[in-house]
Design a protein. Structure first.
Length: 376
C-alpha cells in the first residue's frame, strides 16, 4: 500500500495529503481534467475554464505531472500557431475507499480518481458487537480491499477513507452520537480511531448524506431528497446542488418524524415514527403499506422544502423498486408533481458516496465534503 506524503492519521478534513492537491486552484484544474476524460484538454482551455492565468495553469500542471496525476495526451490542431499539447488526468494515480457500516453488513469499495469502482468487498457485521471489535473488522476489510487492488502491480495510492454509518453523528468531529438501536456508540471517536489503525486520513458522515453526495455529484445541481430504507430509514438532503447537513450536522433524521401519535414505539423512544411504521409493514410483508407510509413522509418533506425530486434507495427499496416508486409516487401525486426515482447502485450507493467524501474536495466539488484547501 502506498500512502500519500505527510498523511495525518487523525484524518481531519478531506483526507487529501498530496502536495499538488493542497490548493483550490489545483482542484479547479483537476476537475476540468477529469471532465475532459481521455480526450484531454489544453493549457489554454484550462486557463479559460478556470479563469487563471496561463502562467498559473502551467505551474499547477507541472506539479500535477510531478505527482503523477496528469500526463500529456498528444497534440491537437490549433486554429493558429503551433498545435496545442493536450493533457489528461491519470485516474489510477489516486484512489479513495468508501466504507458503509450498516447495522448488519459492511460494504467497502475502492474508487479511482475518475470515480470508477476498482474493487468491492462485503462482509457480515454486527454494529452492536462493540466499537473496538467493529473497527478491528472494518480495518481488516479495508486493508484486504487495498491489497487486493494492488496485486495487479503498480501499487495503490490511497488518499483517504470515507466512512458512512447510521446517525445521528457529528460529521465535523467524526464522532457518532446515540445511533438508533446502538446507543453504546455515543461519543466514540470513530474517525480518529480508524485513522490510527489504518494510518490513513478518515472522514465520517451519515449513510444517507454520503449517498446523497454521490448522487448530487452526478446530478443537474437541483434540490432533492434521498430516502434510504434498509435496516432503518433516513434522508440525505441536497438543496441547490449542495449537501445540507444543518448547523449541528443533524439534518435528515427523516425516519423519526411522528405521523401517528398513538403508533408503535420506535427505537428512538417516540411512537408512530415513519421508520417504525415502515419497518413494521415490511416485516409483515405489506410492501404497499410501507410505500404509502414512506410516501406520506416524503410528501411532508416536499411540502416543507419545495424540492425538485425524491430518490429512493436502500436494500428494502432495492428488493421492490417498482412497488415503492408506484406507492410513494401515488401519495406525492395527490399533493405535487415531484418525480420519484430509485438510486440504483446495486447496493453500493452509500459506500460509493462515502468514497466521494474524500474525492469531491480533490476536484473542488461539494463544499459539504469538508475541503481543507488553501489558496494559491
Amino acid at each position: 500500500m502506498r500512502r500519500g506524503d505527510g498523511a495525518d492519521p487523525r484524518g481531519g478534513g478531506a483526507g487529501v495529503n498530496l502536495p499538488a492537491l493542497r490548493s483550490h486552484n489545483a482542484a479547479l484544474v483537476l476537475d476540468l481534467l477529469r471532465t475532459a476524460g481521455e480526450a484531454g484538454i489544453s493549457r489554454i482551455e484550462l486557463a479559460e475554464g478556470t479563469g487563471l492565468t496561463p502562467q498559473a495553469v502551467s505551474k499547477i500542471v507541472g506539479r500535477l505531472r510531478e505527482e503523477g496525476l496528469a500526463a500529456e495526451a498528444g497534440r491537437r490542431a490549433s486554429t493558429g500557431g503551433k498545435p496545442r499539447t493536450v493533457l489528461r488526468l491519470l485516474p489510477a494515480a489516486g484512489h479513495a475507499v468508501g466504507l458503509h457500516l450498516d447495522r448488519d453488513e459492511l460494504t467497502a469499495v475502492l474508487l479511482d480518481l475518475s470515480g470508477a469502482r476498482v474493487a468491492t468487498r462485503t462482509a457480515p457485521l454486527d454494529l452492536g458487537a462493540g466499537a473496538d471489535a467493529v473497527l478491528a473488522g472494518a480495518a481488516g476489510e479495508v486493508r484486504e480491499l487495498i491489497a487486493g487492488a494492488g496485486r495487479g502491480g503498480g501499487g495503490t495510492r490511497v488518499l483517504g477513507v470515507g466512512v458512512a454509518m447510521p446517525g445521528p453523528l457529528d460529521h465535523a468531529t467524526g464522532v457518532p452520537h446515540r445511533v438508533t438501536g446502538f446507543p453504546e456508540w455515543d461519543g466514540y471517536p470513530l474517525r480518529d480511531e480508524l485513522a490510527a489503525r489504518l494510518r490513513l486520513p478518515v472522514v465520517l458522515d451519515k449513510d444517507t448524506n454520503a449517498a446523497a453526495l454521490g448522487l448530487a455529484l452526478r446530478g443537474p445541481g437541483d434540490s432533492f431528497a434521498y430516502l434510504h430504507l434498509g435496516t432503518g430509514l433516513g434522508a440525505g438532503l441536497v438543496l441547490g446542488g449542495e449537501l445540507y447537513r444543518g448547523a449541528r450536522t443533524g439534518a435528515g433524521e427523516f425516519g423519526h418524524q411522528v405521523v401517528q401519535l398513538d403508533g408503535p414505539e420506535c427505537g428512538c423512544g417516540n411512537r408512530g415514527c415513519v421508520e417504525a411504521l415502515c419497518l413494521a409493514a415490511v416485516a409483515r410483508g405489506d410492501i404497499a403499506g410501507a410505500a404509502r407510509v414512506l410516501g406520506v413522509g416524503a410528501a411532508n418533506l416536499v411540502g416543507l422544502l419545495d424540492i425538485d425530486r425524491v430518490v429512493l434507495g436502500g436494500r428494502v427499496v432495492d428488493a421492490a423498486q417498482d412497488e415503492f416508486v408506484r406507492g410513494v409516487g401515488a401519495v406525492l401525486a395527490a399533493r405535487s408533481r415531484v418525480p420519484v426515482t430509485t438510486a440504483g447502485g446495486e447496493g453500493r450507493t452509500v459506500a460509493e458516496g462515502a468514497a466521494q467524501l474524500v474525492l469531491a474536495p480533490v476536484f473542488g466539488r461539494a463544499r459539504a465534503a469538508f475541503a481543507a484547501h488553501e489558496g494559491e
